[in-house]
Design a protein. Sequence first.
Length: 262
Amino acid sequence: MNSSKLTICPLASGSKGNSLYVGFGTGAVLVDAGISGAETELRMEAVGLSPESIRGILITHDHTDHIKGAGVLSRRYGIPLYITEKTFASCRKLGKVKNYFLFNAGDSFSVDELHVSSFSVSHDASDPVGFSLDFANCRIGITTDLGEVTDHVRECLKGSSLLYVESNHDPAMLMNGSYTMYLKEKIRSREGHLANSDTMDLVQSLIHDGLEHLVLAHLSEENNCPKLVREMFLPITEPAGIELHIAEQGRPGRIININCLG
């Protein structure tokens, strides 16, 4: 692996499971492991990645679509979980995990050469967090599963070379869809998920000369449409020279490489 390169690949994104591969220097991390361990291995193999490269699994929150395969992968490969104390206490489906590192939301720590900064987000989970990952002179800003964008979230994502952010739903599709009114209101709440327009506002506030890639994640299968999202965001990304990607639920995305200078 090129020691001055970041390698990013969305392995799964959506309500049926979420996982993001981030390779750096001599190793890699997964941000969440919400598909089965076997499926994670298959998807990594399909794009030429190896589970043996993983040095840690960073957990954003305790929902099953973010932790389903975490315990299995930790035990199988001896990978430590990096997880907040409250989230760890709330996870009933990890099984026995002996290799873990507990942190508090807002803490920073390192996984080999990768510097990880965590920050709190608003979502209906025990202690949800986002992450900024710094390596050499590159930053990856990651936040999915949040109902509102605070000034603090925006500040933590500033200066990113790649943004991996939620663009969950189109409000009209949500309100006209088949979900119960209770679930619709929950999704629309400050502890729910971001509408496409909210994500657009966030991205526009974070555009700078060093932002090379935007990955839109956690699109609702029923209440959103990749074509709609692409049409909304291309007028923002194309003039700024930002490459637009949409993470998918059923298959891994293409590998994104970012060259970083020490």
